[in-house]
Design a protein around this ligand. Structure first.
Ligand code: ATP
Ligand code: MG
Length: 438
């Protein structure tokens, strides 16, 4: 994309309404704009990041054989009356009436709808297990929308739902999801620590939240530092082997990690003091097993191998896709701007032409740009070098390819790595090779 022709409205001033760094940087780098309280429009670069995050989530959910669906955002109130949640949900639910005075709502989550879809089509234990997911907008009329996309009213969520014949099989799916989530967050370039969380009225201990550690997080967290140091992508756990998943799960969930809601002071005492970490975290994911709560309340049965009908076991598994954009920035920035991890960056690199109109500079830049124009942002504006450097740092591209007249004449460019600040002179070919390999 050529910056001179693009719609990337960066701001020099810090917007007053933004209280936290990620919100400020998202507005300043031109990723989003608020259209009304807690509702955001995603501009070209912001959308690219949202898509890259979604793509990684898709790859990892598909890997464990979860199947993608797309459910509507608008749901009927009757569906929610069947589970009893229409009245229970409260003012966070946006309730709507159509022209025939039929009651609808903008979905805050999809347990009822997926359970109904499942019940319409699955009649026998032979069709289990099933794991379905979607990446879809949700609406929750939060009392206090704040921190930009972090706590919005309309937000993008990946929500998955599992259906199983019995507890053992449901537990296997739950463990598989835990592994999938650890892989997803690591690939996104952030540390998200799995922590024991509140199970609410349903009870049990099968509720884990994934928290990105950041001082601006809304939850207080207590955890054993060993959980931060693991390389989950190096784990060779076979997703199809329940035994291997159990062994993995037991290993991961032994070190202490809890949000303040379920913090256990006695258990915390047993953690060696040099491994104790206390701080704040942003909830970016949540996995939850809830037995047959919805299949039972909504009257969904399938026939068992003995012919006797039963209510399948379920779990649900969420990831805050749009919240993650903010959470990643909270974890990856410096005083000059965003530092995108390679895996989610809107562009691999920015090409900075320091002297537009100089024959050598223009030639080298065009040559670089046309080699991968979809993946590069080309700063071809007639701006001072200082402005270009500042905007490049603000927008956080993993690499900056700096093209000045002297170097261009000799076929040399300066390559800067945003994360470390490291700079080096390399040939045009070498720059391309390094950038494309990351
Ligand atoms: P929170 O405690 O932050 O309100 P929640 O526990 O109500 O979240 P879940 O129902 O578990 O949220 O939804 C799954 C994921 O969706 C959360 O882990 C979070 O990342 C994201 N999410 C929830 N509410 C919002 C929101 N208002 N804005 C952006 N993302 C959200
Ligand atoms: Mg939650």
């Amino acid at each position: 994309m050529r910056l001179s022709q693009s719609f990337i409205p960066t701001l020099k001033e810090t917007p007053k309404e933004a209280q936290i760094t990620s919100h400020r940087l998202m507005l300043r780098a031109g990723l989003v704009r608020q259209t009304t309280s807690g509702i955001y429009a995603w501009l070209p670069t912001g959308l690219r990041v949202l898509r890259r995050i979604s793509d990684i989530i898709r790859e990892e959910q598909d890997r464990i054989n979860a199947q993608e669906v797309l459910m509507p955002t608008i749901q009927s109130a009757d569906l929610w009356r069947r589970s009893g949640r229409y009245d229970a949900y409260g003012p966070e639910m946006l309730r709507i009436q159509d022209r025939h005075q039929r009651e609808l709502l903008y979905g805050p989550t999809n347990e009822e709808m997926i359970t109904d879809l499942f019940g319409q089509s699955v009649k026998s234990y032979k069709d289990l297990p099933q794991v379905l997911y979607q990446i879809q907008w949700k609406f929750r009329d939060e009392v206090r929308p704040r921190f930009g996309v972090m706590r919005g009213r309309e937000f993008l969520m990946k929500d998955a739902y599992s259906f199983d014949v019995d507890y053992a099989s449901a537990l296997t799916n739950y463990r598989r999801m835990l592994l999938s989530y650890l892989r997803i967050f690591q690939r996104l370039g952030v540390r998200a620590v799995p922590m024991r969380a509140d199970t609410g009225p349903i009870g049990g201990d099968l509720s884990y939240e994934f928290l990105v550690l950041a001082p601006t997080g809304e939850s207080s967290v207590f955890y054993d530092s060993t959980l931060e140091e693991q390389d989950w992508l190096a784990e060779a756990v076979d997703f199809n082997d329940p035994q291997a998943l159990e062994e993995f799960f037991n290993r991961v969930t032994v070190p202490y990690a809890a949000t303040d809601e379920v913090h256990d002071v006695e258990a915390w005492k047993a953690v060696p003091s040099d491994r104790k970490r206390e701080g704040r975290g942003i909830e970016v994911g949540h996995i939850f097993y809830f037995s047959n709560k919805y299949t039972e309340s909504m009257g969904i049965t399938v026939s068992g191998h003995d012919g006797v009908p039963f209510h399948p076991e379920m779990g649900s598994y969420g990831i805050g896709v749009s919240r993650l954009v903010g959470a990643i920035i909270e974890a990856k920035h410096d005083e000059n701007g965003i530092i995108w991890p390679d895996s989610v960056a809107p562009f691999r690199a920015v090409i900075l032409n320091l002297k537009m109109g100089d024959a050598d500079c223009d030639r080298v830049c065009e040559c670089l740009y046309t080699s991968a124009s979809q993946q590069f942002l080309y700063d071809d504006r007639s701006e001072r070098a200082g402005v270009k450097f500042a905007d490049a740092d603000l927008m956080g591209h993993p690499w900056q390819i700096v093209v000045g007249p002297r170097g261009a004449n000799a076929g040399v460019v300066e390559l800067k790595r945003r994360a470390t600040g490291e700079r080096r002179e390399v040939s045009v070919d070498e720059a391309l090779t390094l950038v494309m390999a990351s």
